[in-house]
Design a protein around this ligand. Structure first.
Ligand code: G6P
Length: 613
């Protein structure tokens, strides 16, 4: 994920670009740059490694002045963080381009362009965009037509901002799979990846739709759809006031972070899927070669991240057919594990600094040099990111509450993308199967938003726990892992002793715990194990427990005495169900904690990031 800002203004655009980049740093900050078109009609560029402030310091010494400009803050996908890989990229002094996303077929395009004597000065996939537009500009004469033509050759996901001295007075932008908005001002027009970057300049925004291309001047905005037909897009007035990591209107960070999940999930999906496929390059340019030869998967994590890994075990074996093991880091690192060649060693961590997980990675690299490591992590600056061969960032944004919520669901989303990608590389999944899963992923943000609407009903259910000291969570298949996460959340937040069991295992011990003082919480999607789960519910009920069942509407669990059934939604699949059923369990724990009067955001004895053993 990278951040783009640009504009055509009546005065020098540079301060607006720098200010906007600072708001976009949450999207990446390993390097930053900008290019302006000067009054002499020359592209003038400055780039710097690291945070935007470094760029700002460079600019003070160079005097960059122009009314048209584009800028970028980068999170590296192709090519390590360096000045030469920072955006904007310039082709033949005539095209300046900023890009967010991945051009999947860049190697193929690069080879064609090299044959035509185009020079490459970076390791990025972005330069092929500049060269393709340069080539098209010679043929079509206007930047708009050049961009419309060039993008037909791109595969992948991208948003682009382009300027050229050959067509001064214009910025042309394109959106396909990565967000881009237009801000309409009194003294100019602007573009950005996110409205937060422009909110101090304007409140009027146009949100581009998939496939849109727009030709922007200081006084006009003309938009074309994916068929190059001129279209009108609605102008929306933003209500956004400020951008901070404050609690806003929420009582606690945890509540805010629970409600941020639709956005966090869509940010995590951004630029990594199209409408029908997952982009393998999202895992880095070495991923395809590595994923093709993987024969085993070993997942290592702690706490909530472990529960995400447990769901992934079901997905990877089911979709990619690769034997997958999972273990908590603190055990794995000390037990002299056998590590087979061609193992994909996956660490999952919100912080990227959990000592046991980091040490497990170091240990395994010593045991067998023929493994490949991948980390799924929410902190781009962390040790796990630095020490792993492949990296995949969850884009949950900062998570302040100690109890993890949006970090968990974005880990699940990332692991779903991984499962499909492994399945493709191992030739275990057809295009049609991939399309079905991707369709479900594309609907996730709205499904999560719908599940969040049930908060009022969950507040009522939370009362069940007012005078309780024990609870049991049950589920089957991957929903067993979701039951574990539900139990972990309840004990972390409300200090109620909670256990999770695979529902089929109840009869082998835990059923002895059940009485009217031990509520049982079950998660019941309409999957192939539903009938088995229904039998388990009968077993529990006949022991006199109070029950809460979160069901998919079509599951139609038979109502019984002392049983509350809450229908969550419908048409869930093996990927969407675990993610959606997490939501009511998070809300339940949150509201039970409120009833119990515990410290919601900082539960006793816990830390957000455990960097010691
Ligand atoms: C701590 C936190 C948990 C987290 C676990 C693993 O115990 O309280 O919320 O799941 O660490 O942290 P990680 O950063 O590796 O995901």
């Amino acid at each position: 994920m990278c951040g783009i800002i640009g504009g055509i203004y009546q005065n020098n655009i540079t301060p607006i670009l720098i200010d906007g980049l600072k708001y976009l740093e949450y999207r990446g900050y390993d390097s930053a740059g900008l290019v302006v078109l000067t009054n002499d009609n020359v592209l003038q560029r400055v780039r710097a490694i690291g945070k935007v402030v470094n760029l700002e310091n460079n600019i003070n010494s160079e005097i960059i002045n122009g009314t048209i400009g584009i800028a970028h803050t980068r999170w590296a996908t192709h090519g390590k963080p360096s000045t030469k890989n920072a955006h904007p990229h310039i082709c033949n002094d005539s095209i300046g381009v900023v890009h967010n996303g991945i051009i999947e077929n860049f190697l193929e395009l690069k080879a064609q362009q090299q044959a035509q004597n185009y020079i490459f000065t970076s390791d990025t996939d972005t330069e092929v965009i500049g060269h393709a537009i340069h080539q098209a500009l010679k043929k079509y004469g206007t930047l708009l037509k050049a961009v419309q033509s060039a993008i037909t050759t791109f595969q992948g996901a991208y948003s682009l901002g382009v300027i050229s001295p050959q067509n001064p007075g214009h910025i042309v932008i394109a959106r396909s799979g990565s967000p881009l908005i237009i801000g309409l001002g009194d003294n100019g027009n602007f573009i950005a990846s996110d409205q937060v970057a422009l909110i101090s300049i304007t409140k009027q925004f146009i949100f581009l739709e998939e496939g849109d291309v727009a030709d922007i001047t200081k006084d006009s905005v003309i938009i074309f759809d994916k068929n190059n037909i001129k279209v009108e897009r609605e102008i929306k007035i933003s209500k956004l006031k400020n951008w901070q990591t404050s609690k806003g209107n929420y009582a606690h960070y945890m509540q805010k972070e629970i409600f941020e999940q639709p956005q966090a999930i869509s940010d995590t999906l951004e630029s990594r899927i199209t409408k029908d496929k997952v982009l393998t390059l999202a895992f880095g340019h070495k991923a395809e070669i590595i994923f093709k030869k993987i024969k085993h998967v070993q997942i290592i994590a702690c706490g909530t991240s472990y529960n995400a890994g447990l769901v992934a075990k079901y997905w990877i074996e089911d979709i990619a057919k690769i034997p997958t093991h999972i273990e908590v880091s603190s055990e794995y690192r000390y037990r002299n594990p056998i590590v087979l060649d061609n193992t994909l060693f996956i660490t999952i961590s919100q912080s990227g600094e959990t000592a046991d997980t980091l040490e497990a990675l170091r240990v395994v690299k010593k045991i067998n040099k023929n493994i490949h490591s991948l980390t799924i992590c929410n902190n781009s600056e962390s040790s796990l990111i630095r020490e792993s061969e492949l990296i995949f960032l969850t884009h949950a944004g900062p998570e302040i509450s100690v109890a993890s919520t949006k970090a968990f669901t974005t880990q699940l989303v990332s692991l779903a993308l991984l499962s499909v990608t492994l399945g493709k590389c191992q030739q275990q999944i057809s295009q049609t199967q991939e399309k079905v899963i991707v369709n479900g992923l594309n609907h996730l943000p709205s499904l999560v938003a719908k599940a969040l609407e049930q908060e009022d009903q969950i507040i009522e259910l939370a009362n069940t726990f007012k005078d309780k000291f024990n609870a049991l969570f049950i589920g089957r298949g991957s929903m067993h892992a979701i039951a574990m996460e539900g139990a972990l959340k309840l004990k972390e937040l409300s200090y109620i002793h909670a256990e999770a069991y695979p529902a089929g295992e109840l009869k082998h011990g835990p059923i002895a715990l059940i009485d009217k003082n031990t509520p049982v919480i079950a998660v019941a999607p309409n999957d192939e194990l539903l009938d088995k789960l229904k039998s388990n519910l009968q077993e529990v009920k006949s022991r006199g427990s109070q029950m809460i069942v979160f069901e998919e509407e079509s599951s139609k669990v038979t109502p019984m005495q002392d049983m509350n059934i809450l229908s969550i939604t419908n048409n869930l699949g093996r990927i969407t169900a675990p993610i959606i059923f997490t939501i009511p369990l998070q809300l339940l724990s949150y509201h039970v904690a409120l009833i119990k009067g515990t410290n919601v955001d900082q539960p006793r004895n816990l830390a957000k990031s455990v960097t010691v053993e």
